[in-house]
Design a protein around this ligand. Structure first.
Ligand code: HEM
Length: 137
């Protein structure tokens, strides 16, 4: 058993499910039908958890590289830009989901819809950036 590969694979499992949670949660709140406020709130918890998992598992990727190779992954150019985009999306998405959970009770339906669209946009952007990070690393 290669423990190093096992650790990377398990972190990747968490990272993949986190990505599914943020993108899927935002999409389901909007399509195929608008969800009632109570369901939207539960989806906001799912999405907040998803962003948290992305940040933590992304950090563990870096920490594992440091532990196993004594340095962070050697990436340049497009890969760095893609990673920065993912980090910005994760931070903005986390703050938006937290704001939603704290404030959305006072928002009207249009404001909630805008928040979900922005969440979906951040998730889709991060997911797109992941492909560039993968293939330009
Ligand atoms: C703090 C934020 C994040 C960090 C530090 C991070 C870091 C990483 C790293 C190091 C990898 C492995 C890259 C490789 O195999 O070469 C990865 C893969 C991946 N990340 Fe992230 N990530 C973050 C956020 C996100 C977000 C927000 C999403 C999507 C919503 C995401 C989706 C993915 C996917 C789908 C992969 C697998 C790509 C593939 O192998 O094809 N990541 N991430």
């Amino acid at each position: 058993m290669d423990w190093q590969n096992l650790i990377y694979a398990l972190v990747q499992v968490a990272h993949n499910f986190g990505a599914a949670a943020v993108v899927g949660g935002a999409l389901f709140s909007l399509w195929p039908a608008r969800q009632p406020a109570e369901i939207q709130r539960r989806l906001a918890w799912l999405v907040l958890t998803g962003w948290t998992v992305q940040g933590v598992s992304g950090g563990i990727f870096g920490a594992a590289s440091y532990l196993f190779y004594g340095q962070l992954p050697d990436i340049h150019g497009i890969a760095i830009a893609a990673l920065l985009i993912k980090i910005v999306c994760a931070i903005a998405g986390f703050l938006l989901a937290a704001a939603y959970l704290l404030r959305a009770a006072d928002w009207d339906e249009d404001e909630r819809r805008r928040a979900w669209r922005a969440t979906f946009g951040l998730g889709a952007t991060a997911l797109g950036a992941a492909a560039f990070l993968r293939w330009f690393s």
